[in-house]
Design a protein around this ligand. Structure first.
Ligand code: SF4
Ligand code: SF4
Length: 261
């Protein structure tokens, strides 16, 4: 006689016999395996920009666009480089044509709308380049305003955007005080730098870090006292952008000039 218990047992065994291979396939799939190997406990990703080393070549911008499916010729980019020129009579100019994708190929300052400013070499007091990207803020206003939770902060501090959940309302774009967010021209959802999350969670560096021939960009784990980036942040004079906003940016700058906006 088949008891209820035996029936349930054989039904479960049958179901397991059918279901296991499918579940096992999913569990052992390469994407799942890689994701499971990444343990975010003990990790807080931070970024270090050394403005003394940046020459404005734009290789980081090119690499980022290619790595992250940002249309090459669209006037949007996850990271960009700004050029600042301060003249001897204290006029400040800043530009970033195409986000510096092609570097700064002319000494003329691009004022926008087809206007340019020529500055003679002898009139320059100082000039420098400043790479910019999402600051992966500790207190991210972009996360606070998202009405559907499509932008959120991972346990390792990186602020992510779920393209499938984003409804394209643009609140996060307005809320970010650093202007790092934009609408993806093809996907029509909010877009921004995520430190190349798909790479850093697999033991690689962000694409821009790998692309920079001068070591102006570095990524590290601030929770690891032996990480070279942590050592610099802890021992050298570093600065963050717009500290007064209370967002606690996690992109640190070496040699950040007071003129930088
Ligand atoms: S820089 Fe802007 S987009 Fe990035 S975490 Fe901060 S507020 Fe959000
Ligand atoms: S690749 Fe390096 S040096 Fe070139 S613009 Fe980017 S940060 Fe600056």
């Amino acid at each position: 006689m088949i008891t209820r218990r035996n029936f349930l047992r054989s039904a479960l065994a049958g179901a397991a016999g059918l279901a296991l291979p499918i579940t096992a396939l999913e569990l052992l799939g390469p994407r799942r395996l890689r994701a499971e190997r990444y343990d975010s406990s003990g990790v807080r990703w931070v970024f270090l920009v050394d403005t003394y080393k940046c020459v404005g070549c734009g290789l980081c911008v090119k690499a980022c666009k290619q790595e992250n499916e940002i249309p090459y010729d669209a006037n949007v980019t996850r990271t960009w480089v700004e050029r600042y020129v301060l003249t001897r009579d204290n006029r400040l100019f800043a530009d970033s044509p195409k986000g510096a994708r092609d570097g700064f190929i002319t000494s003329r300052i691009d004022l926008g709308q087809g206007r340019y400013q020529d500055i003679k070499k002898e009139d320059i007091k100082k000039a420098f380049f400043v790479p910019k990207l999402c600051n992966q803020c500790e207190n991210p206003p972009c996360v606070q305003v998202c009405p559907v939770g499509a932008t959120y902060q991972a346990a390792d501090g990186v602020v992510l955007v779920d393209r499938k959940w984003c409804i394209g309302c643009g609140y996060c774009i307005m809320a970010c005080p650093y202007g790092v967010r934009f609408f993806h021209p093809n996907y029509h959802v909010a877009e921004k730098c995520n430190f190349c999350y798909h790479r850093i969670t697999r033991g690689m560096k962000s694409a821009c870090v790998d692309a920079c021939p001068f070591g102006a960009r570095q990524i590290g784990n601030i929770k690891d006292p032996d990480d070279p980036v942590t050592k610099v942040i802890m021992t050298e004079r570093v600065a963050v952008l717009k500290e007064e906003y209370g967002t606690k940016p996690q992109v640190y700058y070496l040699g950040l000039s007071k003129e930088v906006r």
